[in-house]
Design a protein around this ligand. Structure first.
Ligand SMILES: Cc1cc2nc3c(=O)[nH]c(=O)nc-3n(C[C@H](O)[C@H](O)[C@H](O)COP(=O)(O)OP(=O)(O)OC[C@H]3O[C@@H](n4cnc5c(N)ncnc54)[C@H](O)[C@@H]3O)c2cc1C
Length: 382
């Protein structure tokens, strides 16, 4: 996005990427739908970011969801609003977005250099210029440099990540990375896993004593649980799951008591409450017989089914990571106080957000401002 802003002003840009091709994380995000932003008024949108409301208010006022959607439409993409308030590109993957965006940048004279891992940089104050040093190739000097090096998730070959040392060596504050939006371990009984691994528990309301409640779907995995309500909780401990949020205990009791057939409580809930197989499997395998055989106790448990979340999955498996360059290291233009002419934006900065399109939106909004900041810096230098 920063390169887009700069190249639109007619200034030549080179984009370096350590991998053989660009935008790998967007392709990964695209494998689960590519949720590009969220539908909410600015004040509500800002409140989703877990820290720094003033920072986000400024960033999203400058380049918010409407500008981002318009940008995508101008690029030639169609978007749609899902029922959950999330926006997606029509294709629900990143291929066309990356193709069209790359073509546009190249048509404006931008130059892509792949398999180029930046390992260090020097800032020259007397002779304005930032020199980038690469692994196994020649160094290059530019009038200004913008870093967008990303976070620590889905980087199994880099634990810990390599890029932070470039900044730590310059006494720039880098907050340790933590997994954000990650699955949690649950000690499932083997019989339950055999029946339900890889299946979804749909439309539940999950309550956690410290964070409140969140409605959504859960995915049962061999290690435990993932899904938006789990990402929302983001901590170990016992959570309560309402497996039938649309009905009260009394309404369920009334439905289950309609027939005089001689059915066990489990058979009654199966017959009258329309639970999917994974929910019935969960109730059956994780409920002791005294509760399973008492309809009222069983319905109580269905409204507040306790699950103990153990440890989070490792950072490499998280959707995103909090941590990175401290925001206080940067000017409002996203330039390092300590390194004039050097800018940074995106997940490499220390901020955090839930899933819902807030990550991509946050990254492109910051990238837009960093691009404007670079233009301003170049103008002032000239
Ligand atoms: C499974 C998954 C699903 C996701 N789904 C969504 C979603 O639906 N919606 C959403 O908003 N967000 C989603 N995200 C998060 C989102 O993809 C990221 O937050 C976003 O891509 C971060 O953008 P970025 O440009 O800051 O970093 P990145 O996209 O990570 O790009 C940084 C780039 O820098 C390169 N790089 C790193 N170090 C160097 C170096 N030293 N030299 C040269 N190049 C380097 C990396 O290889 C990488 O290509 C998802 C993430 C994952 C893992």
């Amino acid at each position: 996005m920063a390169a887009d802003v700069i190249s639109a002003a007619g200034i030549p840009v080179t984009l370096f990427e350590k991998r053989p091709g660009p935008a790998r994380k967007l392709f990964i995000a695209g494998s689960s739908g590519l949720n590009i932003t969220y539908d909410a008024p600015l004040s509500e949108f800002t409140s989703f970011y877990r820290t720094e409301p003033q920072f986000w208010n400024r960033v999203l006022t400058a380049f918010g969801p409407n500008q981002w959607l318009q940008f995508l439409h101008e690029l030639g993409l169609k978007t749609f609003l899902g029922t959950s308030g999330r926006y997606f590109v029509e294709e629900m993957n990143a291929a066309r977005l990356v193709l069209l965006w790359r073509e546009r940048l190249i048509s404006r004279g931008a130059h892509f250099e792949m398999s180029a891992e930046c390992v260090n940089f020097d800032v020259s104050l007397s002779e304005p210029g930032v020199t980038l040093h690469f692994a196994g190739r020649e160094s290059q000097t530019f009038s200004a440099v913008g870093f967008g090096l990303g976070g620590g998730s889905y980087e199994p070959d880099e634990i810990p990540l390599r890029w932070p040392s470039m900044f730590i060596n310059k006494q720039i504050g880098v907050h340790p990375f933590q997994a954000s939006n990650v699955g949690y371990q649950v000690a499932w009984p083997q019989a339950f896993l055999q029946e339900s691994e890889g299946r979804a528990i749909k439309n539940i309301r999950l309550t956690c004593p410290t964070k409140g409640s969140q409605q959504g779907d859960l995915m049962i995995t061999a290690y435990g649980l993932e899904g938006t309500p789990i990402y929302f909780v983001g901590e170990s401990g016992t959570v309560l799951i309402d497996l039938k949020p649309d009905l009260t205990h009394e309404q369920m009791m009334e439905k289950c008591s309609r027939s005089t057939e001689n059915l066990s409580p489990i058979r009654r809930i199966k017959k009258y409450l329309n639970f999917d197989e994974p929910v019935l499997s969960l109730i059956f395998h994780l409920t002791d017989p005294p509760v399973r055989n008492d309809l009222s106790l069983l319905l109580e448990r269905i409204k507040a089914f306790p699950i103990r979340l153990g440890d989070p999955q490792p950072i490499a498996e998280a959707i995103s990571t909090a941590g990175g360059i401290e925001l206080t290291e940067l000017t409002p233009d996203f330039m390092f106080h300590k390194c004039p002419g050097v800018f940074a934006a995106g997940e490499m900065l220390n901020w955090d957000a839930p899933t819902g399109g807030f990550w991509i939106q946050g990254c492109v909004s910051q990238g837009h401002l960093a691009g404007l900041g670079i233009l301003k810096f170049l103008k002032e230098r000239r």
